[in-house]
Design a protein around this ligand. Structure first.
Ligand code: PBE
Length: 309
């Protein structure tokens, strides 16, 4: 893969070098060079826009990052661009294929995610701040859950980990381990950290339903929390839902808890909509981020470098 990337970098370096000489040629004599000068720009920037067919490879349309990408198309006046609805898995496959073939691609991306360890990637700068800043992932329960299950609630209150922790679970799943097994392995390998979550928590019984969306990050966190609750004696069900439905299920009391609320920006609209009917337990991870992500060999740095169709 290193070789492929190096080749990709060389290729794009060559294009950049070529355009520089055209610009210099354009500067040295004014007459007759104008066209070449202008023609040079699409070479570098529009070629990326063109090569990706004015398409951002998206994920589930209910995801905050998908909606933010659509806002970015508006805010940066990218007429003719399309944010393609897909799934997190299909996006990752498309990204992997593009890197293998050294082709440009723009995806809706987020951190924590295993893709940053596997490929050389960068976030496109977002001077308009459409994708928000660094944010937190938060735990939410239905109202009344605390009274019904004070011990499980205490565990959820004490559940907090790092992007590295989450990425370790994600990486194992990406390599083919089942989510449940990867969660078990992580819990066994991180007894001390788990002990801080279960400190003062007594064993319990009964059923707990955790809801989540099948994003790689949330598959990891939900399975880990589910495993710890199971170890405490609860019967745990993990139910994958669409994003808005997940929030609705907690607000309506149909499900007990989720650890998948990205705030303040990514799920800010959903939080506003449901916050009065939800118990916000608190932060479980800091350092989360969303944005447009490209392989480093793609020769643009900012969303502003993209061009309308
Ligand atoms: N994500 C992963 C979600 C939150 C977690 C970034 C894909 C979203 O955009 O809603």
């Amino acid at each position: 893969m290193d070789d492929l990337l190096t080749t990709g970098l060389k290729r794009f370096g060559l294009v950049a070098g070529l355009s520089l000489s055209l610009v210099i040629a354009g500067c040295s004599s004014d007459d007759g060079k104008k066209e070449e000068d202008n023609a040079d720009k699409p070479e570098t920037t529009a070629s990326v826009s063109e090569a990706v067919n004015y398409t951002i490879t998206g994920i589930e349309p209910g995801a905050g990052v998908f909606k933010a990408a659509e806002n970015a198309v508006d805010e940066y006046e990218l007429e003719g661009w399309n944010v393609q609805a897909s799934s997190s898995g299909a996006m990752a496959t498309a990204l992997g294929e593009a890197v293998k073939n050294e082709e440009p691609i723009i995806v809706t991306g987020w951190t924590p995610h295993w893709k940053f360890a596997k490929y050389d990637l960068k976030y496109l700068e977002d001077p308009k701040g459409v994708f928000g800043d660094v944010e937190t992932i938060n735990t939410m329960t239905r109202k009344g859950f605390k009274d019904d299950n004070p011990n499980a609630y205490k565990l959820l209150e004490q559940f907090e980990w790092t992007t590295d922790d989450m990425e370790a679970v994600m990486a194992e799943i990406e390599e083919g381990t089942s989510p449940a097994e990867a969660a078990t392995n992580w819990v066994e390998a991180n007894e001390e950290k788990v002990a801080t979550w279960t400190e003062g928590v007594e064993e319990g019984t009964g059923e707990i339903e955790l809801v989540y969306v099948e994003w790689d990050s949330e598959i990891s966190s939900t399975n880990v929390v589910g495993k710890v609750l199971e170890d405490l004696g609860y019967t745990v069900t993990l139910t994958p839902l669409d994003n808005a439905i997940m929030w609705q299920a907690i607000a309506g009391g149909e499900a007990d808890a989720m650890v998948a609320a990205w705030l303040p920006a990514t799920h800010g609209d959903l939080y506003e909509q449901f916050k009065d009917d939800i118990d916000n337990v608190g932060v479980n991870l800091t350092g989360a981020k969303i944005g447009l992500v490209v392989p480093t060999y793609v020769d643009i740095d900012s969303i502003e470098d993209l061009e309308a169709k």
